[in-house]
Design a protein around this ligand. Structure first.
Ligand code: F0G
Length: 445
């Protein structure tokens, strides 16, 4: 190890640094951490990444995450040495991120009201555990292995626990998952059981489950794999990397994500910040985060819906008291996050500050969509022959809304991320049995 990678607090006034084998998810003062690299990766790697797509049986080239290993080399290995890769990098036989790339979907483009050529949708649901989480879990569990962790721990609205359980089973380590009882899709819950994770049912919502899991992990030697873990963010950078690579590194105008705990927003922001700093991209795509109307913390705060102040990263000086007052207000009014898209039913996005940083860097925005809109978004993706879950439908209808509002221009190139695959079998059944729904095709008898 040559000391190229280390951890640094995101708060520029604080800037505390830690060695790469630290298992902290926060600095001493409670701020989130970034993985930092001292070396600037050569742009010749673009060729290397392209060549690796012809994987020649090397699982680390086959993997859509580890193909880009030079840009997330926190293990500080010789990335061309397969035996070093095998020793350090955790992979589900190269399957994480392998099938992910942007596609054009003509019916979705028509529904949205844009040109098919300008709209790209990137399904992350075809990852081995069925969501984008495998991108970040491969890297988080790599770090867990680096520090000799015996047990990984997470709170989850379902997909994180499925992914953590899968990787833990494959690496033969323990896995505890804290879930909000009765509030996660049955298909996700069954995955956690299937992979032998220890379920801990929390009487409350995801925010309560996260609080409890972080406390328990700290008190009982657990290794947290939620997106507050900076190594999760490293793997999720490969989502925009794959999109950019597919577009020949020609930057789209927008990258659009559903917003929950804001790990995706944070990782996309970090990826773009690094690529820009390294001179790999000139134009900075704008990030749009789509919250559900019933769980709209980022959108409310960013758009000045609370106390009429538009919350900003403000070059590292965000008004954190405003966030606290917003949470106090939610508690006082008994306002709990509520949406049928349980994946993003989150009131206290743990990565909010990194998310704000990402929005500031990219001149990004946040908005909301309703449950019925998300169901339409999910369903029109289905009519193009692709499968996604309700929360992912937010990307589709978020783009539609922003085009209607002329925030996204009709000739803008947009990449929307479809974050997960359908794991709530009854949602499409119920949708199609109600003839009132826009794309419903009710059964005949
Ligand atoms: N879409 C899906 C399908 C998700 O599962 C999640 C988050 C999100 C979007 C939101 O992403 O947190 O990066 O803003 N699911 C987490 C979980 C919270 O526990 O599975 P984010």
């Amino acid at each position: 190890m040559d000391g190229d990678a280390f951890l640094r607090c995101i708060d520029p006034q604080c800037g505390l640094e830690y060695p790469i084998d630290s298992i902290r998810v926060q600095c001493e003062k409670g701020h989130l951490l970034d993985v930092k690299y001292k070396k600037i990766p050569s742009q010749n790697l673009k060729e290397v990444f392209y060549e690796r797509r012809n994987s020649q049986g090397n699982i680390f080239n086959e993997s859509g995450v580890w193909r880009f290993r030079d840009l997330l080399n926190f293990c500080q290995i010789n990335t061309e040495d397969t035996s070093e890769c095998s020793k350090f990098l955790v992979s589900l036989d190269g399957s994480e991120g392998r099938q992910s790339k942007p596609y054009q979907m003509s019916k979705v483009a028509e529904f949205i009201g844009t040109l098919s050529d300008n709209l790209w949708l990137q399904p992350e649901g075809y990852n081995p555990s069925g969501s984008f989480k495998d991108n970040g879990m491969a890297t988080a569990v790599t770090h867990a292995k680096m520090v000799g962790a015996k047990k990984i721990v997470c709170a989850s609205t379902g997909n994180t626990s499925a992914s953590a359980g899968m990787f833990a089973a494959n690496e033969d380590i323990d896995c505890d998952v804290y879930i909000p009882a009765g509030q996660i899709a049955p298909g996700k819950l069954s995955q956690a059981y299937q992979f032998g994770a220890q379920i801990v049912e929390v009487d409350g919502n995801f925010d309560d489950a996260l609080k409890q899991s972080l406390e328990d992990a700290q008190n009982h030697n657990g290794y947290t794999v939620n997106s507050v873990n900076p190594f999760r963010i490293e793997g999720q950078k490969t989502i925009p990397f794959r999109a950019l690579e597919y577009l020949n590194w020609e930057e789209p105008d927008w990258i659009v994500y559903p917003g929950g705990a804001l790990g995706n927003t944070s990782s996309c922001g970090k990826a773009l910040m690094e690529l820009h700093e390294w001179g790999w991209i000139k134009k900075i795509p704008r990030i749009a985060v789509i919250n559900s109307e019933g769980a709209s913390t980022l959108s409310d705060l960013h758009n000045g819906k609370f106390e009429e102040e538009e919350l900003r990263w403000n070059k590292g000086n965000p008004n954190v008291e405003l966030i606290s007052r917003y949470y106090d207000h939610l508690d006082k009014e008994g306002l709990r996050p509520k949406t049928k898209a349980t994946a993003i039913q989150i009131g206290r996005p743990a990565n909010i500050l990194k998310g704000l940083r990402a929005l500031e860097f990219t001149n990004g925005i946040a908005t909301t969509v309703s449950d019925s809109e998300m169901l339409d978004g999910m369903s029109i993706v289905g009519l193009n022959g692709f499968d996604c879950e309700m929360a992912s439908g937010a990307s589709v209808v978020g783009i539609k809304k922003l085009i209607k509002e002329e925030i996204i221009k009709k000739d803008d190139v947009v990449v929307g991320i479809l974050t997960g695959r359908q794991k709530d079998a009854m949602l499409p059944v119920d949708y199609h049995n109600d003839p009132q729904n826009r794309f419903a095709r009710p059964p005949k008898n």
